[in-house]
Design a protein around this ligand. Structure first.
Ligand code: C2E
Ligand code: MG
Ligand code: MG
Length: 691
């Protein structure tokens, strides 16, 4: 196959050029050629074309070979330059070869021309290839030098031979300090745990390895790197070096660690949070299962914490929680987990339990830790702990059951008087089952029409006529027995059924009042008990308003009885509901006054019109002087605040006589009437004073 060849002759003689071309054609070159004979023409020709070969006579009229070589050199082109001449002195030939001519041939014997051209073409091709490779290498090495990531190159044994400036900048180790050391010399050993074996195995098999390392800078600062370590292989496929390209990921790692902390630890106390606690509990349960051991779980609730928090503010509450966490921490063993579940509730997991001696010892230690006064901001606070204890596997096989049962045991400890620990028992379990059964039935109470309202008159102190009736709910069982509210209202509040029941009470009572208009058993006003939970529901007030309008009642005919709890809970939605109702004209009473935490001062939070003194005080007024004085004081202070007073639970004539000089406004109690079904209510224009 013929090879194409573009030849530029620097030659005076056209004939000589043609002879040479003929020789090249004979040698298999498909030759294109031009001829120049002056420096200017040569320059133009060099610029306009990429010549494969220059053939130059030694000396022409206007230019000689030496000048031609210079012009070629200036053009920055690498083109084989062959001098083809008739005769020349050896020293001239040597001189020209030194200046870059590739060969020196005689016009007399052209036989050497073709082999010389072939050789030169080969060599120039080699030269160009080499130059390209050199250029690439230079670019690569510049890229490594100026790389924004750290690069280290090692020998086959992992000994560093090269590090780039970024490596120096990140690690603070200079080139000379890094050379000759092992690639892992900056790595913190605990961050690697066995990954080095895997790393070397991978790269020695000729594969890339990637992973993250924790490192130490020369100044001791910690930093994280994402490393890609790759073997370098020579033309025989043998590994000669390893190159490690490493990116500083400290910022990302720090952020990840922060997220991890936030999702596993409690911000306030630094203890494990619920998520981490559940994980630890899982691990403890699995280990106990394997080793035939037990796990104890404590559910700890601080007694009276809510009071501190509500009365002294959250910042004091927070300090107290932190101090409580510290004290709890001193009571447990190294292998135990202490967690904060939120609020004032803590959990302790005690793994590796073989008998309950250790469990009791730790529980006792916790109780004594809380026996000491909490001194916060220079004030003393007494806060104790109630602890519920469960043991895996006896009291539950999984997280959920264990936590629920520990919680129940904790509530039992509170019931028994707080500041104590209580193991979960079969009796607690039984109570739970009963409660669950009751709950299932309570959920259907409305649909099945099992609720009934009874009404108890509230009587005017002077004329003993009923001024209002208090609606009291009962739950009728299939055997006719009536369950009293105390046995199901707290449960309804707990399981979220109170709103539904409350709405039934409101609509039924309103309907009953309006249906009794004009009858002798007229109900002049109605008092309805409202749970604090109902007041927290958005739209509660609007519901009441609608019921009043629908049944044609005036707002003044309704009185809502609210227990003191509502004052302490202080929920924003409660404010909104109560304000709406007052603006509408409904009146508010504070029920069971004296049983909660509130003081008379609290009453000014909401526009109450009436205060109902709890039955507990009235029942003691005859035999207990203190109670008597207290009742008198409450009445006069309530009057001072512009409130009417109702005495609840008046059962005897003596109690009534005691109340007479106190100016108590109204009374309510079995002495006048028990709560009755609507159809059995007494006539409203008759005195209820027993004959
Ligand atoms: P309360 O609002 O203080 O109602 C008065 C309670 O005292 C009623 O008990 C009543 O039967 C009882 N009582 C009245 N006079 C006497 C007396 O002279 N001697 C004695 N020993 N007791 C008397 P009841 O009906 O068992 O209701 C208990 C509590 O349940 C109520 O206390 C009220 O807080 C709550 N409750 C009743 N009905 C409802 C309701 O519809 N919704 C809500 N949220 N709570 C209700
Ligand atoms: Mg009441
Ligand atoms: Mg009451």
């Amino acid at each position: 196959m013929s090879k194409s060849l573009k030849v530029l002759f620097i030659e005076d003689s056209v004939e000589d050029a043609k002879l040479a071309v003929a020789e090249l054609v004979r040698g298999g070159f498909q030759t294109y050629f031009e001829r120049v004979d002056s420096p200017v023409a040569l320059q133009i020709a060099l610029e306009k074309f990429n010549w494969d070969l220059l053939i130059c006579d030694f000396s022409l009229l206007q230019i000689n070979a030496e000048q031609a070589l210079k012009l070629l050199d200036n053009s920055n082109k690498d083109i084989p330059f062959i001098v083809l001449t008739r005769s020349v002195k050896a020293e001239d030939a040597v001189n020209l070869m030194r200046r870059g001519a590739q060969d020196f041939l005689s016009k007399e014997t052209l036989v050497r021309l073709v082999p010389a051209v072939e050789r030169e073409l080969r060599e120039v091709a080699e030269r160009r290839k080499r130059r390209k490779a050199e250029k690439r290498l230079k670019t690569l090495s510049l890229a490594v030098e100026q790389s924004p990531v750290s690069v280290a190159i090692t020998d086959q044994n992992g000994i560093i031979e090269y590090v780039n400036p970024k490596f120096e900048e990140i690690t603070k180790f200079q080139f000379a300090e890094a050379i000759g050391r092992n690639l892992d010399f900056t790595v913190v050993s605990h961050s690697t745990e066995g990954i080095f074996n895997e790393l070397w195995e991978t790269v020695q098999r000729g594969k890339n390895w990637t992973g993250e390392f924790c490192n130490l800078k020369k100044d001791g600062e910690i930093f994280w790197e994402y490393a890609n370590i790759a073997p370098l292989v020579d033309s025989d496929g043998l590994i000669t070096n390893f190159v490690a390209v490493k990116e500083d990921i400290t910022a990302r790692r720090n952020y990840e660690e922060q997220l991890l902390r936030q999702s596993h630890y409690d911000d306030l106390t630094g203890l494990a949070n619920r998520v981490l606690m559940l994980d630890r509990l899982d691990i403890a349960i699995k280990a106990a299962h394997r080793n035939n051991e037990q796990v104890a779980l404590f559910c700890i609730d601080l007694d009276g914490f809510k009071n501190v928090n509500d009365t002294l503010g959250h910042s004091v509450g927070d300090d107290l929680l932190r101090e409580a966490a510290t004290r709890l921490g001193t009571c447990i063993r190294g292998c135990d987990t202490l967690a904060r579940m939120g609020g004032d509730e803590f959990v302790v997991i005690l793994p590796q339990i073989r008998d309950d001696i250790v469990v009791r010892r730790i529980a006792d230690r916790i109780l004594s830790a809380f026996a000491e006064v909490f001194e916060i901001n220079g004030n003393d606070h007494f806060v104790t702990a109630s602890i519920g204890i469960v043991l895996f596997p006896n009291d539950g096989k999984d997280n959920q059951v264990l936590l629920r049962n520990a919680d129940l045991a904790m509530y039992k400890a509170k019931d028994l008087g707080r500041n104590r620990y209580q193991f979960f028992t079969e009796e607690i379990n039984q109570k739970l089952k009963e409660r669950m059964y009751l709950e299932t039935r309570l959920r259907k109470v409305i649909v099945q029409g099992e609720l009934v309202l009874h009404y108890q008159p509230i009587v005017d102190m002077q004329n003993h006529l009923p001024v209002a009736y208090e609606a009291l709910v009962r739950w009728r069982q299939c055997d006719g027995e009536l369950y009293m509210p105390a046995s199901f209202i707290p449960l309804a509040e707990d399981v979220g059924l109170i709103s539904e029941i409350g709405e039934w009470v409101v609509s039924t009572a309103c309907a009953e009042v309006s249906s009794r208009r004009g009858q002798p058993q007229l109900i002049p006003r109605i008092a309805i008990n409202v749970s604090p939970k109902q007041l927290q529901v958005k739209g509660f007030a609007a519901y009441i308003k609608r019921q009043l309008i629908d049944s044609g009642l005036q707002p003044e005919q309704l009185d809502l009885e609210i227990t003191e709890r509502v004052l302490v809970d202080d929920e924003p939605e409660t404010h909104i509901n109560l304000k709406f109702l007052c603006d509408f004209g409904v009146s508010l009473s504070i029920d069971d006054f004296g049983t909660g935490y509130s003081s008379l001062g609290y009453l000014q939070k909401y526009p109450f019109s009436t205060l109902k003194i709890d039955r507990g005080f009235i029942s003691r007024v005859i035999h207990d002087k203190n109670s008597a004085r207290l009742v008198e004081a409450i009445i006069s202070m309530a009057h001072g605040l512009g409130l009417k007073v109702i005495a609840e639970g008046v059962e005897t004539a003596e109690q009534l006589s005691f109340l007479l000089p106190t100016f108590c406004d109204q009374v309510q109690g079995f002495y006048f009437s028990p709560p009755l079904p609507a159809e059995s209510l007494p006539y409203s224009n008759k005195s209820l004073l027993p004959a």
